[in-house]
Design a protein around this ligand. Structure first.
Ligand code: PEP
Ligand code: MN
Length: 600
């Protein structure tokens, strides 16, 4: 069983994880990775069973990445670990406080030790994401003017000495971590049976007294709010959002009812999960020792061994030699990661300021193909003015006949980017083969997998590693089960941002280009947590029938639509029959505004 942390051996997080499992008497293999995101990726792809994420520090407050990664990757909290990080100043033998010119510390440690650091004005203070690695580098370079704030174990591991013991400004300085896992509800690590806590994220409506009303059900159910802290939301400067930790378990009936009541009062609401509370810090204020040689420090607990996972970055292959290395979370379904049980509150995919899967009905619009600068920029301006929030445009076109216009290729991608710069609209464009993925991921905000490629499994895996949201269109003869299994390919590579799209299927009916399967929407909403769009343009293929179907898409519960718009539809180089004029697109937007938001 592998547990992942950020850093290398001897780093704070390594020590916290090692001590945690040693106390529980559990054998684990510990694995250091380079970032907190990689911790999340290691767990979500099954390379590690557990991961460690910090969520709070008693000096610096909420550690945003911890909650945000759990949210983004749909990871489940298992257990809270509260630890007093044992901050010491470490350097090479012969270094002195007065001689120091650089002190490295993790951003959390910088906050914790700011008063101590102010007593060393001759030294520049620099942040480091990896205390263990910095300790190693200082040891290797034998530079006596550098020091690092880190745990005693880093000194013992890399042969440094303590230049100052316990340098945190407060002895009551704790960091709260969450141990995370990715397994579905049924296979989750059982609770210890002790007290439980639930973390959630919420966004209030911009109305007087909104927060008070949202919290009222908690007071009625007599639930303790252990923490409420406002949440910074990039791109939404004036909206109020919060992190909450509540002392109850979602399975308690009264609490569950309170959560349901709160949810309806919020404009965004996400339960991250319930987990075992930590009874207390693992290191209750151990007395600071006098400066001592590193050999006096305790080695790490012997129940932990060190392993490496190899690269988790885009393009890296999983460990294919060992089929057990990437176990599916459960064999019960072909798409466990896509299933609704995995994230009962649903996934929201964020593209800049746009959220797909939340309360807003999102409209993606633009030409079928990018044809020229004037065409794509003109269309982008027109659809933005009428309320579209993402711009579509094909540069690589999958055409039935090789003699039809195949798209402008990379020139089209450049033009789409230019239209995005002019309008500020993020872009959606189809990627047709594995070789295009990396460059498209650098240029385009959402990678579209077209209907004809829904089961191109190499391509699905490649976009699963591309680090960009994916719009996955349903194949024209694919069942919903096959669509979800295709999404699973992307999710299983560590990409949580998959948006499904119903775009019509082949039936015996020939009056429309395809048969738009609107019944897919309620089925998918029940079966998966992934957001779902409807493409009425390819669904019917006839301009005048798109409007009623766009309305139907919103009414039936889609999270948005994607439609084709052209400045001069009869002249469109592809899909001319279904391209909307600007005024027709405007009418559709007016229609959609008049339809109330969908509720289950
Ligand atoms: C498109 O969106 O331009 C397209 C080709 O769609 P589909 O893959 O659904 O046919
Ligand atoms: Mn098209």
């Amino acid at each position: 069983m592998i547990a992942a942390y950020q850093g290398i051996d001897g780093s704070h997080f390594h020590v916290v994880l090692a001590e945690h499992f040693a106390r529980r008497g559990e054998q684990v293999e510990l694995c250091g990775v380079t970032s907190f995101r990689d911790v999340a990726v290691a767990v979500t792809t099954g390379r590690a069973r557990y991961g460690l994420l910090p969520v709070d520090n008693s000096t610096s407050g909420t550690f945003r990445d911890g909650y945000d990664l759990m949210d983004r990757y749909g990871l489940s909290p298992v257990r809270e670990i509260v630890s007093r990080l044992d901050e010491r100043l470490l350097g090479v033998d012969g270094a002195t406080l007065a001689g120091l010119r650089r002190i490295y510390a993790h951003p959390i440690a910088l906050e914790e030790c700011s008063r101590f650091l102010a007593t060393l004005p001759g030294a520049e203070v620099l942040p480091t994401a990896d205390t263990g690695d910095t300790a190693r580098q200082i040891a290797e370079t034998k530079n006596s003017t550098w020091a690092v704030i880190g745990p005693a174990e880093a000194a013992s591991r890399w042969g440094l000495i303590e230049l100052a013991p316990t340098v945190a400004d407060s002895r009551h300085n704790f960091t709260r971590f969450i141990l995370i896992e990715a397994t579905p509800e049924t296979d989750r690590t059982p609770s210890d049976g002790g007290p439980r806590r639930t973390s959630l994220l919420l966004r209030t409506r911009n109305e007087d007294g909104a927060l008070t009303r949202i919290l009222a059900p908690l007071a009625e159910a007599q639930i303790n709010i252990a923490k409420i802290e406002s949440r910074v939301q990039p791109g939404r400067p004036w909206e109020a959002a919060f992190y909450l930790d509540l002392d109850a378990d979602v399975n308690e009936t009264g609490f569950w009812a309170a959560l349901q009541a709160m949810r309806h009062l919020c404009s965004g609401f996400r339960v991250l999960g319930s987990y075992d509370r930590d009874a207390g810090p693992l290191r209750p204020s151990s007395a600071p020792s006098a400066a001592a040689a590193s050999t006096d420090f305790q080695a790490l607990p012997s129940s932990c061994t060190q392993v490496t996972l190899g690269s988790l970055q885009a393009g890296a292959a999983a460990d294919d030699d060992d089929p057990a290395a990437v176990p599916p979370p459960t064999a019960k379904k072909n798409w466990p990661r896509a299933s609704r049980e995995q994230r009962p509150w649903g996934t929201i995919v964020r593209i800049g300021d746009v959220e797909i899967g939340g309360d807003e009905f999102v409209v993606i619009a633009g030409p079928c193909s990018v044809e020229s600068r004037d065409q794509v920029i003109g269309t982008a301006l027109a659809v933005r003015e009428r309320g579209a929030t993402l711009l579509r445009g094909g540069a690589f076109k999958p055409r039935t006949t090789p003699y039809a216009f195949q798209g402008l290729g990379w020139e089209g991608v450049d033009l789409l980017q230019e239209a995005s710069r002019v309008t500020g609209l993020p872009t959606v464009s189809e990627v047709m083969n594995v070789d295009q993925v990396e460059r498209m991921a650098r240029s385009i905000d959402v990678l579209q997998i077209g209907a004809r490629n829904m089961q191109n499994f190499d391509l699905l895996r490649a976009v699963g590693r591309a680090g960009k949201p994916v719009l996955l269109k349903r194949g024209m003869s694919a069942t919903l089960n096959e669509l979800l299994a295709a999404a699973e390919y992307i999710l299983s590579e560590g990409n949580p941002d998959v948006i499904l799209c119903e775009r019509g299927i082949r039936t015996f009916e020939t009056s429309t280009r395809n048969t738009l399967d609107l019944s897919a929407i309620p089925v998918l909403r029940e079966q998966t947590h992934l957001p779902i769009l409807v493409d009425p343009s390819h669904g019917v293929g006839v301009r005048r029938w798109i409007r009623p179907l766009a309305r139907a898409a919103k009414a039936v519960g889609a999270h948005g639509i994607i439609v084709e718009v052209h400045p001069n539809p009869p002249k469109a180089l592809s899909d001319a029959d279904q391209a909307l004029r600007f005024d027709q697109f405007g009418q559709i937007m007016d229609d959609l505004r008049a339809i109330p938001p969908f509720s289950m």
